[in-house]
Design a protein around this ligand. Structure first.
Ligand SMILES: Cc1cc2nc3c(=O)[nH]c(=O)nc-3n(C[C@H](O)[C@H](O)[C@H](O)COP(=O)(O)OP(=O)(O)OC[C@H]3O[C@@H](n4cnc5c(N)ncnc54)[C@H](O)[C@@H]3O)c2cc1C
Length: 385
């Protein structure tokens, strides 16, 4: 019997746990334990709606422990402070756990320490606390220049476009004076989404008079301005910038020496250093966008290959194929859908239309409120393809 620990229970951890259990079935005596900071699954893509006051946190969360209980998986809520690969131990604030196989799915750490003033004077929609703080401050925002965007090393750009557009419509509806500036570090506007999506967004932002400053890094944020690394200063009464991403401190023991504390894997999602460890989701070292979609695809691959290891089956191992897939909510009922392979040319889809925001809402509702994924174990990535 093997003791399998899954560290983290976001898109990657939850998918890995449910898929692994399916692959192993009830006949094996392998034991799966999921450890996460708390008993709530947070549907992070909907944090923008929390920030703009159209949803509450309770609308976009569900409890994890009943899902795991039904699936025959053990769940323990505690903060992981360290992982010791030499002794095969996961150290939490409450207890130490030994593992035979480990899946690391801890998401990303928001590295506020890399930009002075960002934590004090900036807002973000990337965390529960950030979205709540923005929801609190928005009703008191009386206009003035605003700066929206994402910082160097942040690997989720989509939310910043949505925030800029949402803020534009919010200010217009309330007749608030002022303008929005957009900052980002990539060579082109939303470069990973490809030429067509990039130039569409460029035209849209130009029409709405949201100028883009980029590619540029952010040096510092103060009470009333954003200071760019090229020396320019943008006045700002409201700064909403996604902080740089880094691997979680809890995975430092595994990452030692790897850039920005990420964990390197092969395409089979197995750690390059530790054969008993798999990694999925934002915790991985892959370049390019970090998404719920990519997290779930990686988790499916990790679960499949780990099951083969455990069952000693010689079947073909699955390989992850990096791709982004998302709907940008453009406001006023419009949406931009992009599905793009990042390592080959297999998928190159860009579509504009009113059905995409509806599809996005439907997916969110299905994920949070129905048993399709949690009880029936349908890999939700199948619904997003
Ligand atoms: C506003 C916004 C909009 C987005 N829109 C989209 C979208 O439209 N489409 C899309 O595909 N993606 C979108 N994303 C990205 C997506 O939400 C993330 O890529 C995804 O959440 C990553 O999944 P994950 O499982 O790797 O990490 P997470 O979802 O962050 O989960 C990490 C898990 O690890 C746990 N954890 C972390 N540290 C510890 C610790 N020390 N001890 C114990 N547990 C710990 C957490 O509690 C959590 O359970 C969006 C993100 C945001 C913020």
């Amino acid at each position: 019997m093997a003791e399998i620990i899954i560290a983290g229970s976001g898109f990657a951890g939850l998918t890995t746990a449910l898929q692994l259990k399916r692959h192993l079935g009830n006949r094996t005596d392998h034991h799966i334990l999921v450890i996460a900071k708390n008993d709530q699954f947070l549907y992070r893509p909907a944090l923008i709606q929390v920030a703009f006051g159209t949803k509450s946190l309770s609308d976009i969360q569900f409890r994890l422990s009943p899902v795991y209980r039904r699936a025959g998986i053990e769940f323990f809520a505690s903060e992981i402070v360290d992982i010791e690969p030499k002794t095969h131990t996961v150290v939490t604030r409450d207890r130490r756990f030994a593992y035979d196989k480990l899946v690391v799915a801890l998401g990303e750490h928001l590295a506020y320490d890399e930009i002075p003033g960002l934590k004090e004077y900036g807002y973000t929609v990337c965390s529960q606390q950030g979205a709540q703080a923005l929801a609190d401050v928005l009703p008191r925002f009386t206009g003035g220049p605003a700066v929206v965007g994402w910082a160097q090393y942040a690997q989720t750009g989509g939310p910043s476009f949505e925030v800029a557009l949402e803020l534009h419509h919010y200010m217009k509806r309330r007749q608030l004076p002022g303008s929005i500036s957009f900052v980002d570090p990539l060579p082109k506007f939303w470069a990973p989404a490809g030429e067509k999506a990039s130039s569409y967004l460029e035209r849209l932002f130009a029409t709405l008079q949201i100028p883009r400053y980029g590619p540029v890094q952010i040096q510092e944020v103060s009470r009333d301005r954003v200071i760019l690394a090229d020396g320019r200063e943008l006045p700002s009464q409201l700064t909403i910038i996604t902080p740089p991403f880094r691997g979680q401190p809890a995975q430092s023991g595994l990452a030692a020496g790897q850039p920005r504390n990420w964990l390197e894997t092969g395409k089979d999602m197995r750690s390059l250093r530790y054969p008993d460890i798999y990694v999925a989701g934002n915790a991985t070292a892959f370049d390019g966008p970090k998404q719920g979609h990519t997290a779930m695809l990686q988790a499916e691959v990790a679960a499949h290959n780990l099951a083969l290891d455990l069952l000693a089956r010689p079947d073909e191992r699955r390989q992850y194929d990096h791709e982004m897939s998302c709907v940008l909510d453009l406001g006023q009922g419009q949406g931009l859908f992009v599905r793009r392979s990042l390592w080959n040319t297999r998928h190159q889809v860009v579509k504009l239309g009113r059905r995409w925001p509806l599809a996005k809402s439907l997916l969110e509702y299905t994920f949070i409120h129905t048993p399709v994924f949690k009880q029936w174990g349908v890999p939700i990535s199948r619904l997003t393809r």
